[in-house]
Design a protein around this ligand. Structure first.
Ligand code: NAD
Length: 476
């Protein structure tokens, strides 16, 4: 563990709160299965009982968050995530027996799974409950204490989380620290036993640097531009429907949202038509539709608007999708757009979009699409639409992304038994399923020796007996 004295004076409160968790851990280093189950079940019950309050908090934070999206993406995903932890715990907590060379018998080798200690979790605003709660719950399943810093952009949800944990769990198990970038910067410099950061790639770099002096291991769940490859044989109706679903859920403010679509040159016009129809079927109205989530704040809305202006100014064709011909809305809901004629110097090509804007890039064939993907930073997700197994296998083997879906978008990210995480610029590590449990667990090798054993054969003074033994063990 690192040195708490490294934390600067103005962060004394943060340091003392961290010390309180570390002291609680030191008093009780390895909660048993019953205690962990008790924490998880209490959190699940409180979440279900208070879901209406949560829906209202996130709605107020966004200035319009579809209630069903909150119930599905925050409540359902977390409740089922906790169920999977409860079901997996007996197997995940069990030790592992390993094999030893015969000449070390009767010794035995085991891997003991023990909690790492105090885990730090920094969360973003886009799914402010799910992306706080799932890593915290998994860290608790692994028997740790947790310090959580939710995003300041969704303050009501942060307050809800603080209240939920303080009411449901005993003191010294989870501490929620509310605050913005300054608090975040001080938080990630604490000498945690593990740190999980979910957020942008640019901040991920800073977080890893801040963790380095204390050698804190990090899990970085970052963002990026997740591409979609539409193969020439794909059903354009199906592809457009699933891409529209992924792009429009949470108004595109999803880390694994399809960012950019690569479509065979000859099929671009037909794809655009199918996409517009798909959006219209999912959202017959947009600006006053409670099913359609708003952009989280004015800054992000202005960011998306400037992406569109930049693309227009540099010669792209921006088409707005407006099925009901609406002119103005009372919220920050944003009409979706598709962009053609995109070039690499446009903001929309460089930055993660994180909104309902869809650039469409014409490509010669699937190989050209793969070259396009492989020439860019490794994405968090990649989507391929094709009914041809050989094409799907080629794309699966020939590209590298955190995860992928075939003929679907985004759903892999909520499957409890599939490890979820990025690679390269989209992150490192993961926290779902047993892989997640192991993120927060130290796997300690333990060798048990009997009092009567053969180790004397290997001890000095060395003579012909040792020679013969080594000749026997290392045969040509
Ligand atoms: P962000 O990087 O701006 O902020 C994330 C968190 O970091 C917030 O809690 C913020 O307060 C905190 N923070 C701010 N400054 C900090 C600093 N200097 N040091 C440490 N922490 C600091 O991200 P965001 O805008 O909240 O979320 C959007 C980004 O997150 C997108 O890039 C998205 O793709 C990514 N994301 C990734 C995943 C994933 O699972 N891989 C999930 C959701 C979002």
């Amino acid at each position: 563990m690192g040195d708490v004295a490294m934390i600067e004076r103005e962060d004394v409160d943060l340091a003392s709160r961290f010390q309180a968790l570390r002291a609680a851990y030191a008093r009780h280093r390895c909660p048993d299965r019953a205690e962990r189950l008790g924490w998880l079940k209490a959190l699940r019950a409180a979440l279900v009982a208070r879901q209406a309050e949560l829906v209202a908090a996130i709605d107020a934070d966004f200035g319009g968050r579809a209630a069903m999206e909150t119930r599905a993406a925050e409540v359902l995903v977390v409740a089922h995530g906790i169920d999977a932890m409860i079901a997996g715990l007996p197997k995940w907590m069990a030790g592992e027996v390993r094999s030893l060379p015969w000449y070390l018998l009767p010794a035995s080798g085991h891997v003991v799974r023990q909690p790492k200690g105090v885990i730090g979790v920094v969360a973003p605003w886009n799914y402010p409950f799910q992306l706080s709660m799932l890593p915290v719950a998994m860290a608790l399943a692994a028997g740790n204490r947790v310090m959580l810093k939710p995003s300041e952009i969704t303050p009501r949800t942060a307050a809800f989380l603080a209240d939920l944990f303080s009411k449901v769990l005993p003191k010294g198990v989870v501490d929620v620290v509310e605050g913005g970038p300054d608090v975040g910067a001080a938080f990630v410099a604490l000498p945690f036993d593990h740190l999980v950061f979910t957020g942008s790639t640019s901040l991920g770099r800073k977080v890893m640097a801040a963790a380095a002096p204390n050698l804190v291991p990090v899990t970085l769940e970052l963002g990026g531009k997740s591409p979609v490859i539409v193969a020439p044989d794909a059903s354009l109706e199906h592809a457009a429907e699933r891409i529209a679903y992924g792009k429009m859920l949470n108004a595109g403010q999803t880390c694994v949202a399809p960012d950019t679509v690569l479509v065979p040159e000859a099929q671009v016009d037909a794809f655009v038509r199918c996409y517009r129809e798909a959006v219209g079927r999912l959202y017959p109205r947009l600006l006053d539709n409670a099913d359609y989530t708003a952009i989280v704040n004015d800054r992000h809305r202005a960011r998306l608007q400037s992406m569109l202006e930049d693309a227009r100014a540099k010669g792209a064709q921006v088409t707005t999708i407006n099925p009901a011909g609406e002119t103005a809305g009372a919220t920050r809901r944003m009409l979706p757009t598709v962009i053609l004629g995109v070039t690499d110097d446009m903001l929309v090509s460089q930055d993660e979009i994180f909104g309902p804007i869809l650039p469409i890039i014409p490509v010669r064939d699937v190989d050209a699409a793969m070259d396009w993907v492989n020439a860019r930073p490794r994405p968090l997700a990649l989507y391929i639409f094709s009914g041809d197994r050989r094409v799907v296998d080629k794309v699966t083997q020939g590209t590298t992304a955190g995860g992928m879906c075939v003929n679907e978008t985004m759903i892999h990210a909520i499957i409890d038994d599939l490890p979820f995480g990025g690679i390269g610029a989209s992150g490192m590590g993961n926290y779902h399923g047993e892989d997640g449990f192991l993120t927060f667990t130290h796997r300690k090798s333990v060798l048990r020796q009997a009092r009567l054993n053969g180790m004397g054969l290997f001890a000095p003074p060395f003579g012909p007996r040792m020679q013969r033994l080594l000749d026997l063990l290392v045969r040509p």
